[in-house]
Every structure is written in C-alpha cells, then in structure tokens.
Design a protein around this ligand. Structure first.
Ligand SMILES: [Zn+2]
Length: 427
C-alpha cells in the first residue's frame, strides 16, 4: 500500500462545491478520504499543507510537445517535467508533430514516451485530416482505440467545411470532441500580428478578427447541425466570444478556451517587434481582451489552457515576420491565473480551479478534475503567498520563449502529485 496524507490545507474542489480546511488521504493512487482530521497512519508520507491550497490536479488541454520531429524545442519528457513544475498533472498534446500524429501508431508512440517520462499524464489528440492537409480524414476510430481523446488540426485549420462536418460526425460516433483552431487562411493571408492601427504603424501584415470569427461561426453551426461536441481553441476576438455565448444559450455542445496571454496581453506587446508576442491567433485589441476576460469570468470560455508552444532561441531571434508563432506557458499559467485573474478579482479561486481542472476534464472526458473518493490521485498543492519572478532560465521546458520574463507573480505550485506519487516538490 502506498499512501500520501496531505495535512491541514485549504481544500478547494469545485466538483463538489468544497472549500474547507482539512486533511486529504490518497491510497494506492486513488483519493481515499477528505476529513477534518485523519489519524496518523503507518507507511504514509505526510505533507504539511497548512497555509496552502489543495486542489484536484490541474489539466492543460492544449500543449505542443514537439516529439516526434522537433526534439530540439521540447520532448515529451521535458514537456511533462515542465507541466508538473507548473502544478499541471495532465495535458492534451496536439498532433502537429513531424510526422503528424494521424494514425494509431503515432498515438501509441506519444503514450509510450509519456509512460517512460513519468511526469504529468499525457492524453494525445489525433489529427482530423491525414498529414493535417485538410483533404481526407485521418484514421479517427483507430486513433481513439489507441488512446486519442479528441481530434484537431491545430496549427493547420480545416478550411474545407464538408470535411469538418464529416469529422464532427465521426467524432460523435466515437464519443470524442473535435478541437477547433478557428482560422480562415484566405482571410488571414500571411498576417503576422493583429490587423489594427498597430500593424499599420509597424508595417506588418495583419490578421483580421474576421478570419477567426468566420470559422467560429461555421463550426458552431456544424456542431449544431451534427449534434456533436466542438471545443473552440484559444478564442481571441470579442465577436467570437459573443457567438459562443449565444450558441451555448441555444444548447450547442460547445466548450472553449481562454489562454493566459489572450486574457492579459494586447497587440501593443508587439512593440519593438517582440517575437515573444507573436502567436496564432495573435494578441488583439484591448476591447477583444476585455471580451475574453468577460467570457472567461462568465463561463463562456470555460477552459483555461496555455497553447504551450516551445520554440528554439534561434528561431525566435529571426525577424518578426519570419519567427514562428507561439510561446511556452506551462510553468507560468498557474501563477498568472492566481496573480492576474484571482488577484485582480476577475474570478474567485474556486472558479480558477474549475477552469483549470474540472471543466477541462469534462470537455475531453478525462479522469480527474475532482477530489471525490475513488477518483484518481492527482492533486496540486499551491503556496498562495510565495512571491516569485518569471525566470525562463529556470524552466524545465527546453524552450525559453515567454513574453512574461521578469513578471512578478504571487502563488505557485509547491507540490504536484500524480497517481499518488509526488512528482514535483518545488518549495
Ligand atoms: Zn492553434
């Protein structure tokens, strides 16, 4: 028997509307009990969590681990280390690897590498289309059988509405959601930042909001038509948020993400051609940012996900137009959530935990997202008072591409427990 007793923490579990001080016992990788006080037991690791917050393990449903094919940026091993250092106990990996993860062998490879790495749990998403070319469907059923929890062509949006409709019908048959990177490539052209006065001033080609809006609308309608589940990734526009809100109110089965960067940054961050402010979708106007915040707060965007996108230093050192999209996020998302969202009164702590654990688990049918008895023994322990500054040199990730370097944050994961094992002991 293998037991961990977490003593005296503030246990916050929105899945059972719980917020109280007490003890939590994990036995053989399962939640065994929550009680005011649990007696001393033999052969049990005791963790003192007084003054700390104890939550169901945090889940990030949008990460890029670059393996196979981009191991100089991140491997599954360094990715799951970065995750647990950030208090994240489970991640969903995107299939835009090289080769693309579009068949059961690809899914099995990701799972095997994750098993060896023994950090955060890894739930792979498979591609929607073969080689993410948007021409014909990938082997969806076989990938689900091998362990895929969803499908997406993230990074290479599906331009063909007929193919997307078919993907949703297949996904429905296999009980998984389609995760949707909504972008019309003809409208976004070779844009490298938000289309705005800022892009004109900087002489950069912009991506207009409508390139995102139009695909959000298409895929909400397709989800409604096929009565299937769609998960809209990294929503960045005010109109997109409103369309999702309206679709939800008429019963469309939609879940949606807000990223830390779209919640707190705007396109003014691109000033000085800062390539760590280059991502897709781009940082947008303050009106868009405010709408994303509102959507996050009212639950329209019910999932907080990073779109962790590691890139090598040299790649981000290129000119703004040539540099790749994306930033790392796994080791800063919790601190940003606690400091810039809870700390600023955007959401309360329980809502943040819901957006980081319960809602992501529900969106992708993952185990976890709860501390109910019998649930998996994935737990995050947070020191809410520790003050720290983002220092990318200390990242467990292989990559350093963050726009948050030097940002002072309050609150951080002190311990991360996966399957009843302490996989991160930070403080
Ligand atoms: Zn994307």
């Amino acid at each position: 028997m293998r037991s961990v007793l977490v003593r005296g923490g503030r246990i916050v579990d929105p899945s059972q509307s719980l917020d109280k001080t007490g003890d939590l016992l994990i036995v053989d990788g399962k939640i065994e009990a929550i009680s005011d006080e649990i007696g001393r037991m033999e052969e049990t690791i005791e963790l003192d969590a007084r003054g700390q917050i104890v939550t169901p393990g945090l889940i990030d449903v949008h990460v890029h681990f670059r393996e196979p094919g981009g191991e100089h940026k991140e491997t599954i091993e360094t990715g799951v280390r970065a995750a647990v250092a950030g208090g994240i106990t489970a991640v969903c990996t995107m299939p835009n690897t090289d080769p693309v993860t579009d068949d059961p062998a690809g899914i099995r490879f990701v799972l095997a590498q994750a098993e060896k790495a023994a950090g955060a749990r890894v739930y792979p998403l498979g591609a929607i289309s073969k080689n993410q070319e948007g021409k014909s469907l990938a082997a969806i059923g076989e990938m689900v059988e091998a362990g895929a929890v969803g499908i997406t062509d993230d990074g290479n949006p599906v331009m063909n509405g007929g193919l997307m409709r078919m993907a949703m019908e297949y996904a429905k048959a296999f009980g998984i959601p389609v995760a949707d990177h909504p972008e019309d490539l003809d409208l976004s052209r070779a844009g490298t930042m938000n289309e705005s006065l800022n892009s004109t001033r900087m002489g950069l080609l912009g991506k207009p909001n409508i390139s995102e809006d139009i695909q959000i609308i298409r895929d909400l309608l397709l989800s409604e038509l096929t009565d299937s589940r769609v998960h809209i990734q990294h929503v960045s526009t005010a109109y997109g948020v409103e369309m999702i809100r309206q679709a939800k109110s008429r019963g469309v089965q939609v879940t949606a993400e807000a990223t830390p960067h779209h919640l707190i940054l705007t396109d003014s961050e691109v000033d000085g051609y800062n390539t760590n402010a280059k991502m897709n979708p781009p940082l947008r106007s303050s009106e868009d940012r405010d709408a994303v915040v509102q959507g996050f707060s009212d639950g329209t965007l019910c999932v907080y996900a990073t779109d962790h996108a590691p890139h090598h230093y040299d790649e981000k050192e290129q000119t703004f137009a040539d540099a790749p999209n994306g930033i790392v996020g796994l080791e800063t998302s919790l601190g940003i959530g606690l400091t810039c969202l809870v700390g600023q009164g955007v959401v309360d702590l329980s809502t943040l935990v819901d957006r980081m654990s319960c809602a992501p688990a529900r969106a992708f049918n993952l185990p976890g997202g709860t501390l109910k008895r019998g649930g998996i023994g994935d737990v995050t322990i947070i020191d809410p008072n520790v003050i720290w500054s983002v220092n990318s040199n200390e990242f467990m990730s292989k990559s350093r591409n963050t726009p948050f370097e030097g940002l002072k944050l309050k609150g951080r994961a002190s311990k991360t427990i996966v399957d009843g094992k302490i996989v991160w002991n930070g403080l």
